[in-house]
Design a protein around this ligand. Structure first.
Ligand code: 48H
Length: 270
């Protein structure tokens, strides 16, 4: 016997998708915090800000979340973290297995899934398939939002004009390429960022201990209302890469959430 469904109408499916997308997306057009990139730093910042009641959304170019977490180390699907990052994963229910003293190992699929579920449950919106191609800047030279387009449009190199969303604070959690900072430099040639040279310096060769030690301190407001987090923070300030250890990324996300809160209090009194 075939299963009988009470309601299957193609047009109702279409209307459900378009109407619910429109309603939800409209709520993301005026944000307190917009986060670029759904890797470990971006998703952690999203969760912590949403948990504190902030209107926050993540914009991710790919159709999947998780950034570099899926691939673990050289495609082996494990996420290794140091003791210091353990609470940030355990509080979302990720099972951590001990390795040597100070090292903990998680399954990548579990790590991505639970970090994502926790961010959503806390109230963060996550938009996949949306690439950030530019920033909006206000008359006082402060970042005031994102310029977005479909990731598929970017890949197909189509000439399609973008849309824009307002945000009081933007977090660049775009990973190794620190795309937003580079975009800012390209668009504003004389711009000075809060990095040792005032410019994007690019990441240095691998030195895990030094890279992990620096990433939290380098997670900061590098341009008015623009915070850099995760691997982008090290790339911005010329710090090394760390390889397949992720504790610094989660802790950087936590720091980015704190910095965003400070900016909101400082400039918006909220
Ligand atoms: C929308 C964008 C855009 C854009 C990029 O790379 P990620 O995982 O980022 P982090 O910094 O949270 O974590 C880094 C970590 O995964 C890693 O690579 C490490 C620890 N490497 C060390 C080493 O030595 O190699 O995620 C960034 C996300 C990705 O999903 C991108 O697709 C997305 O940002 N993204 N999304 N618009 N313009 N640019």
């Amino acid at each position: 016997m075939p299963t009988t469904f009470t309601s299957v109408d193609e047009v109702q499916v279409t209307r459900a998708i378009v109407a619910s997308f429109t309603e939800d997306f409209l709520a993301s057009t005026e944000l307190e915090v917009a986060i670029v990139g759904a890797g470990p730093s971006g998703m952690t910042a999203a969760r912590l800000l949403a948990r504190q009641g902030r209107r926050v959304a993540v914009f991710e170019r790919n159709l999947h979340v998780g950034g570099g977490m899926w691939g673990g180390g050289m495609l082996l699907p494990r996420v290794v973290v140091e003791e210091e990052a353990r609470p940030l994963l355990e509080e979302v229910g990720v099972l951590l297995r001990p390795w040597q003293p100070g090292y903990w190992v998680a399954d990548s699929v579990e790590c991505v899934s639970k970090c994502t579920a926790a961010a959503l449950d806390a109230g963060a919106r996550v938009w996949v398939g949306m690439a950030v191609e530019d920033l909006m800047i206000d008359d006082q030279d402060r970042v005031r939002g994102l310029v977005i387009n479909w990731g598929a449009v970017q890949r197909a190199m189509l000439h399609v004009d973008p849309l824009a969303v307002a945000a009081r604070v933007v977090i660049d959690a775009s990973g190794h390429d620190c795309e937003l900072l580079r975009t800012l430099e390209r668009k504003l040639p004389g711009v000075r960022l809060d990095t040792p040279t005032g410019r994007v310096m690019g990441e240095q060769p691998m030195n895990a201990a030094r890279a992990e030690a620096r990433v939290v301190a380098l997670t900061k407001e590098v341009y008015p209302h623009l915070v850099v987090a995760g691997m982008a923070a090290n790339a911005a300030s010329g710090a090394p890469r760390m390889g397949a250890i992720f504790g610094g990324m989660f802790l950087s996300g936590q720091q980015a959430a704190q910095v965003a809160q400070e900016i909101l209090r400082r400039d918006y009194g909220s």
